[in-house]
Ligand binder design. Structure first.
Ligand SMILES: *[C@@H]1O[C@H](CO)[C@@H](O)[C@H](O)[C@H]1NC(C)=O
Ligand SMILES: *[C@@H]1O[C@H](CO)[C@@H](O)[C@H](O)[C@H]1NC(C)=O
Length: 169
């Protein structure tokens, strides 16, 4: 998933949880239900849930509870545990908000957004010192784009980032 993906209303069973843990930003409707269901069918959850979920919600006891019991987690608990960052009364409001968020992200420098994402993911999976080393290496190539000059210029002239033409990736 690239920038924004959403867990829609209704049931989100195992493959749903696999998929949503791979997304960068997660929104849901207030009737969404999340469940890690594999143990109920005699399996261990695969493709990502057991690897990503603990890092996303940072609450190993809750992850274990969800994975061992297959109990359902309702939208409000998904919000309070950090599985989703916003919850909406209905699907229309959620989609409007997700599209506005996507437009906002798309108006920024693609090189800056992509570099930020890659470095956040790297830092999630490595110690701080390694993350800083990686960032320093990224810096060497990133500082070659014109986007930094353009962004700083726009900021100083109090222009909206949307008026700037950024480099393609
Ligand atoms: C872990 O999850 C439980 C259940 O949602 C919650 O009550 C508890 O406050 C959480 N703990 C932390 C440290 O976030
Ligand atoms: C990356 O470059 C920026 C801009 O020159 C600098 O402020 C920052 O300290 C650098 N980060 C690392 C980890 O080298």
């Amino acid at each position: 998933c690239r920038a924004v993906v959403i867990s829609g209303a209704g049931k989100m069973f195992s493959s749903g949880v696999d998929l949503i843990t791979a997304c960068d930003i997660r929104y849901c409707t207030q009737d969404a239900v999340f469940q890690v269901k594999e143990v109920d069918v005699g399996l261990a959850a695969d493709v990502g849930t057991l690897q990503r979920l603990p890092k996303i919600i940072g609450n190993q006891s809750l992850v274990n509870e969800l994975a061992f019991t297959c109990r359902k987690m309702m939208a409000d608990e998904a919000l309070s545990s950090g599985l989703v960052s916003r919850m909406f009364p209905d699907k229309e409001l959620m989609l409007d908000s997700a599209l506005a968020l996507a437009a906002e992200i798309a108006s920024k420098s693609p090189v800056a957004v992509q570099s930020t994402k890659i470095n956040l993911l790297y830092s999630r999976d490595h110690p701080v010192a390694e993350g800083l080393n990686y960032m320093a290496t990224w810096n060497m190539s990133m500082l070659q784009t014109q986007d930094i000059v353009k962004s700083v210029q726009a900021m100083m002239e109090k222009k909206d980032a949307k008026s700037v033409t950024f480099s393609k990736l």
